[in-house]
Write a protein that binds this ligand. Structure first.
Ligand SMILES: NC(=O)c1ccc[n+]([C@@H]2O[C@H](COP(=O)([O-])OP(=O)(O)OC[C@H]3O[C@@H](n4cnc5c(N)ncnc54)[C@H](OP(=O)(O)O)[C@@H]3O)[C@@H](O)[C@H]2O)c1
Length: 273
């Protein structure tokens, strides 16, 4: 008999913005949240899939429209919003569109992320700038633009709000040729853990979720020496942890950096929803 988890709240009717929702981990989070009755705003750049006949078709395919279709097929509600998180105007429009459609935002999932693979001496400045813009600046601006609405809604109730990002083990350990990527994820971690304190008084949880090694485009496309010993997870394996985190508030669980593989062991409990 699973132990009842008093920190689990119903997510039905809540509104979530998920960046990087077109494929991989983000698509799984969109579908997982939707399965709990969350209205999901699927945000990323891809509206047309051009991955057919490319070497990574299976992993690189997916559009925001496809994810929305899958949400609707399983009986859920959402919208697909084209958004490049390296562009401040796009993020501002994403939040405005969410508020226009649903009138509120309760959950933010900063999942969009890109690699930056190069030894430092060969690093292209444009690649570094793009990585920092997507992996650090974008998540911060999403919070900046969405927080006023989150704070204005009734976050003093027990349900509160929840924000989490997807970090990487690279933030805390050496990965060959990944100085740029590693530093972007380390900055993301510090940003979210500091933000957790800043918004605690508004009952908004802010947490950092490390997914482990996941079978997606990012993992298949690049070579990640030194990670072969980490078990490869399927993207859907993140769903229970994401659902649980989405249901947290600052009163129940905030300011934590947690591993998806430890969910139900050292943190959270298996959702019984
Ligand atoms: N896979 C792993 O083993 C692993 C391990 C640790 C951490 N992570 C992290 O997990 C997150 C998801 O990665 P994934 O493995 O699912 O990789 P993925 O399949 O490559 O997905 C990345 C997602 O980010 C979106 N994205 C990229 N650039 C964007 C931009 N400028 N604006 C908006 N969206 C953008 C992509 O959508 P569009 O191309 O449609 O924009 C896509 O939906 C990333 O933050 C990654 O760093 C992954």
């Amino acid at each position: 008999m699973p132990k009842k988890d008093s920190s689990l709240v119903s997510l039905k009717g809540k509104v979530a913005v998920v960046t990087g929702g077109s494929r991989g981990i983000g698509r799984s989070i969109c579908l997982g949240l939707s399965s709990q009755g969350v209205k999901v705003v699927v945000a990323s750049r891809t509206e047309t899939d051009t991955s057919a006949n490319t070497p990574y078709e299976k992993y690189g395919s997916g559009t925001i429209g496809d994810t929305l279709e899958r949400i609707e097929e399983q009986g859920g509600t959402g919208i697909a919003v084209k958004c490049d998180v390296s562009q401040a105007d796009d993020i501002q429009r994403l939040v405005a569109t969410t508020l226009d459609h649903f009138g509120r935002v309760d959950i933010l999932v900063s999942n969009a992320g890109i690699d930056c693979a190069s030894p430092v001496i060969d690093l292209e400045i444009e690649d570094l700038d793009r990585c920092l813009a997507v992996n650090i600046r974008g998540p911060l601006l999403l919070c900046k633009f969405a927080l006023p609405a989150m704070i204005a809604s009734d976050t003093s109730s027990d349900s509160g709000g929840s924000i989490f990002c997807i970090t990487s083990g690279a933030a805390r350990g050496y990965r060959l040729g990944r100085v740029g990527y590693s530093m972007s994820k380390a900055a993301l971690d510090r940003m979210f853990l500091s933000l957790a304190e800043e918004v605690r008084e508004h009952n908004i949880a802010v947490n950092v979720l490390s997914p482990g090694r996941v079978d997606t485009w990012m993992n298949r496309r690049g070579d990640w020496p030194g990670t072969a010993h980490i078990p490869m997870a399927e993207p859907d394996e993140i769903i229970p942890a994401a659902i649980w985190l989405a249901g947290q508030s600052a009163k129940s669980f905030t300011g934590q950096l947690i591993e998806r593989a430890d969910f139900g062991k050292t943190w959270g409990l298996q959702p019984t929803l």
